[in-house]
Design a protein around this ligand. Structure first.
Ligand code: PEP
Ligand code: MG
Length: 562
């Protein structure tokens, strides 16, 4: 590491708060596109080659899954199924019959499916990397070359890649990986999911990451979303200090969330399935602030799960949090979470389309069934069930949801504030709803008009932006005027310093992925309520997200030294 080299800072989307210092090791780039020259061995032989390659690739992926276990195994099993898919096989055969080589036919058939997934957008588009990966593995096998994959090293390294496929992530030796840096991929890419699940420092969607070469020293700071290339001795010393402070904070004993002056700020968990209950409790979650029900519906296949199936699922959740608050979100389908039985029509701009509560209203029986199952589960549990509607944009929608929820036996009914209109009219929305929970991921997307799934505009997707914070402040004020709870359940609550700012803006609870709770708990305890308000004001005075972050960091340093 030389202090004379000019350091350079690359920016992307940070996952978590980790800081890592290390050397770059790159994932090899993908194989070149197979040539279009016609087959010289004829269709029968090409088909035999494909059969063998598909079988071997599927078996190889399954075997990796078995070695990895857990969630990685599920993901890899889904990938192995792609290698067995009869529709893809018939697409491959058609091309071979028209004279293509096996390599070219696989490339084109998988490419066609890939384009279709990308066209669907959102979650589906991010699965395109899975298809690409399977195709690469099959083509590598056909061509007798090694499949591009995780590089090996005896020394710990910062892995730089375009985006990691599940087969790669399953094989990563986590003891060696100091951090992940990708040029592609958004906050819901596999790399981000893996990083969150395993608490690996990661910055995704980094502009300029493709130019990083093996052996370059970098400092990766997920909290700021920065990768400092060829850092100076000072940069490294600062990073080491910040990392030590972070380790210190993580050792704060588990206990309820509170500010330095004792103001309670309950720390709740964001969960997507009942699998996460144990981990959330172990992290000290004081309840659930966002239970995303989409996965239950996604897993059910082509129709909505029955009331009985939902009841069983919700009962299990409530049992896990006996005596605690559990906020369940009604199905949030559409845009990044498409569901065939709710949104089958093509929309040019699905994030602005029939999604969230709008989609549920258009298929009201699905909403009625869900609320019925929830009310039944709550009536037999001593957990405190709150239910909220996603993507509420008007006072009328609030009234609609609250009255339907009450009719079906839900005691506490609220709304998510994810659209600026709801934040701007929060005083009236909270006149109708029992509580509000701010989804900062969507609120940021809609405030900055930047698709949250799109890497090219990811720099706009920053909840530190004072425009987003001003809207949060509106909801906080309305909550305090009505004496109602205002939670935060977007990723912003998982950023420790931003969490303090959000409390200063009037948030009364914070909900996040369980792995973030320890850091947020420790940070809250370092600031009084009055200081949180001061920090919020400093952020609001800034012109942009970076300015807000810098202003808050400076004020924290000033308050600490005074
Ligand atoms: C949000 O938008 O902030 C949120 C919590 O909901 P989701 O990320 O599931 O859209
Ligand atoms: Mg949302």
């Amino acid at each position: 590491m030389t202090a004379t080299e000019q350091s350079q800072t690359l920016v992307g989307i940070g996952v978590g708060r980790g800081i890592a210092i290390g050397r770059v090791l790159r994932m090899p780039d993908p194989l070149p596109e197979p040539a279009t020259t016609p087959s010289t061995i004829g269709p029968d032989s090409e088909r035999d080659r494909v059969t063998a390659a598909l079988q071997a690739t599927g078996a190889d992926i399954r075997e990796r899954g078995e070695r990895a276990g857990g969630k990685a195994q599920e993901v890899l099993e889904a990938q192995a199924l792609m290698a067995d898919d009869p529709t893809l096989r018939s697409e491959i055969d058609t091309r071979i019959d028209n004279g293509a080589t096996a390599e070219r036919a696989v490339h084109e058939a998988f490419g066609g499916f890939r384009d279709m997934l990308v066209g669907l957008g959102g979650y589906m588009a991010e699965r395109a990397a899975d298809l690409d990966d399977v195709a690469q593995r099959i083509i590598a096998r056909l061509s007798g070359v090694a499949a591009p994959g995780v590089p090996e090293s005896d020394e710990p390294f910062v892995l730089v890649a375009r985006d990691l496929a599940p087969a790669d992530t399953a094989l990563l030796d986590l003891d060696k990986v100091l951090a992940l840096v990708t040029s592609d991929g958004g906050p819901t890419s596999h790399t981000a999911i893996l990083a969150r699940e395993k608490s690996i420092t990661a910055v995704v969607g980094v502009v300029g990451a493709r130019e990083l070469v093996d052996g370059t020293d970098v400092v990766v700071n997920a909290g700021s979303g920065e990768v400092v290339v060829a850092p100076s001795a000072d940069d490294v010393a600062r990073a080491e200090q910040a990392r030590a402070a972070q380790l210190n904070r993580a050792s704060v004993p588990i206990g309820p969330g509170q500010l330095a002056d004792g103001t309670a700020v309950p720390l709740l968990a964001n969960l997507g399935s009942t699998d996460g209950i144990e981990g959330a409790l172990a992290a000290g979650a004081e309840g659930v602030g966002l239970f995303r029900t989409e996965f239950l519906f996604l897993d059910a296949g082509s129709s909505a799960p029955t009331v009985a199936a939902q009841y069983a699922h919700y009962s299990k959740l409530l049992r896990g949090f006996s005596g605690k608050k559990v906020v369940v979100r009604a199905l949030d389908a559409g845009a990044d979470k498409p569901l065939p039985f709710l949104n089958d029509a093509h929309e040019e701009n699905p994030a602005l389309g029939l999604r969230g509560l709008r989609a549920l209203r258009a298929a009201e029986q699905i909403l009625r069934d869900q609320l019925t199952a929830l009310a039944r589960a709550a009536s037999e549990s001593d957990a405190d069930l709150w239910v909220m509607a996603p993507m509420v944009s008007t006072v009328e929608e609030t009234r609609y949801f609250v009255s339907l929820a009450r009719e079906l036996g839900i005691k506490t009914a609220g709304v998510m504030v994810e659209v600026p209109s709801s934040a701007l009219l929060a005083d009236r929305v909270l006149g109708e709803a029992d509580f509000a929970s701010i989804g900062t991921n969507d609120l940021t997307q809609y405030t900055l008009a930047a698709d949250r799934m799109l890497g090219s505009v990811s720099s706009f997707q920053d909840p530190w932006h004072p425009a987003v914070l001003r809207l949060v402040g509106e909801v906080g004020r309305a909550g305090s005027a009505h004496g109602k709870s205002v939670g935060i359940c977007g990723e912003a609550a998982a950023d420790p310093l931003l969490a303090v700012v959000l409390v200063g803006l009037g948030a009364t609870t914070l909900s996040m992925s369980p792995s973030a709770i320890a850091d947020v708990r420790a940070e809250l305890r370092q600031h009084t309520r009055e200081q949180a308000v001061q920090l919020a004001q400093a952020a609001l005075r800034a012109d942009d997200a970076r300015g807000a972050r810098d202003a808050v960091n400076s004020l924290v340093a000033e308050l600490a030294s005074s």
